[in-house]
Design a protein around this ligand. Structure first.
Ligand SMILES: Nc1ncnc2c1ncn2[C@@H]1O[C@H](COP(=O)(O)OP(=O)(O)OP(=O)(O)O)[C@@H](O)[C@H]1O
Ligand SMILES: [Mg+2]
Length: 244
């Protein structure tokens, strides 16, 4: 029996209107437990790639398979269900609901998934505790610092124990000390086995957080390398799409 990758894209293309494709024939696979950085200039297709993997958008051609599910074939309801069950997402600008307390923000995914109230609250409080923000549970997001808000967003993303955590520029709006906190948090989560795709412009963030870096140029995979250790030595190049 072979070990199927958690994420597999085959010749995946996304075209909007008549411009050049946002994603142009991407083939790649990611194993469970990897932390992979997606690097590339603005407009290179990074968010498009995450959106296709999250089932928020559909490819124009090619396939997207996550955990054995053909995400590109899901309808609207199926894709919402898939996201609730399998995907946690964090973004540059947190996307928290300002009218809800920290605790209630974290509870939203559990409510959508129909988790029992007691169980949900217990998990939310545990998560907030492990992220060091439990004392802000009753505060509203506006009252928190950027780094604290991003921790709330991480707690919310982890609420339903997603197989896959997708992070789109999670440190892009943070000062350097909060960014470092979030970076460590992602490292810790990955060391506990969480699979993470981390989109960033920041080469140093990518190198210090992820063992593998995929670089997109004009919607295509330009590089797919494993950084071994912390040295700036020769990366181990491997062909795009080769499983680890
Ligand atoms: N909904 C859309 N409609 C039309 N074009 C789009 C849409 N979303 C993205 N694009 C185009 O697809 C290309 C890739 O966009 P994408 O958002 O994936 O880039 P990105 O690498 O995430 O950039 P950034 O670093 O600025 O976030 C861009 O040329 C963009 O203009
Ligand atoms: Mg983007």
């Amino acid at each position: 029996m072979t070990n199927a990758p958690l994420i597999e894209l085959r010749d995946t293309t996304k075209k909007y209107d008549d411009g050049p494709p946002a994603l142009a024939g991407v083939t790649l696979s990611v194993a469970a437990g990897e932390c992979v950085a997606i690097l590339g200039h603005s407009g290179s297709g990074k968010s498009t790639l995450l959106n296709l993997i999250a089932g928020l958008d559909r490819p124009s051609s090619g396939t997207v398979t996550v955990g054995g599910t053909r995400v590109d074939r899901l309808g609207e309801a199926g894709s919402a269900k898939y996201r609730r069950a399998s995907i946690g997402m964090i973004f540059q600008f947190f996307n928290l609901l300002d009218d809800l307390t920290v605790l209630d923000n974290v509870l939203v995914p559990a409510q959508l998934a129909g988790m029992g109230k007691g169980e949900a609250k217990q998990r939310a409080v545990e998560l907030l505790g492990s992220l060091g923000i439990d004392r802000h549970a009753k505060a509203y997001p506006q009252r928190l610092s950027g780094g604290q808000r991003q921790r709330v967003a991480v707690a919310r993303a982890l609420m339903n124990k997603p197989a896959l955590l997708l992070a789109d520029e999670p440190t892009g709006a943070l000062d350097s000390s909060s960014a470092e906190d979030v970076r460590r948090l992602l490292l810790d989560l990955n060391s506990e086995g969480q699979t993470i795709l981390l989109v960033t412009h920041d080469v140093r963030l990518a190198a210090s957080t992820a063992r593998r870096t995929i670089e997109l140029v004009d919607g295509a995979v330009e590089r797919d390398v494993v950084n071994d250790g912390s040295s700036a030595g020769m990366p181990l190049t491997r062909p795009a799409g080769a499983a680890g």
